[in-house]
Write a protein that binds this ligand. Sequence first.
Ligand code: FEO
Length: 170
Amino acid sequence: MLDKRVSDLLNEQLNKELYSAYLYLKMANYYAEEGLNGFENWFYIQTQEERDHAMLIRTYLLNNSEKVVLKEIAEPDKEFHSFLEPLEAALAHEKFVTESIHTVYEAAYNCKDFRTMQFLDWFVKEQGEEEKNTDDLVKKFQLFGSDAKGLYMLDAELGARVYSAPSLVL
Ligand code: FEO
């Protein structure tokens, strides 16, 4: 069993990860509609990764005899009007998720829940990588995305991204 606040926050985090998957799926769909299949691929892989994050939390809760509470997933209501907009929104979202992970970590720290802290270490590192990857993408787009040839090449680069399962196994 875990501390009640820690398990509540982990359940909330599970919901946020599923929302992230939903949000990135919306972004993938936007790029698909616009004919940028490389950008679509990049965001579709983000969707898969976010689902993985949610399932890792699910497994962790179950492994600790905690109830998994599945709440409603909010509708991603933002509409996009430029190719840059989803990239900037994704970066802002990752920063929000990082803060959220830190909140769970802090709760675990406050009650000396070393097991949950160790579990969350992977997420802390992952968030650092996700923020960097998304920030790199925003910068690349700002440098090359306004030119048709640059956009074509960037789309091809993002189309080559391949999904890989998370390195954390529970
Ligand atoms: Fe699972 Fe990108 O946060």
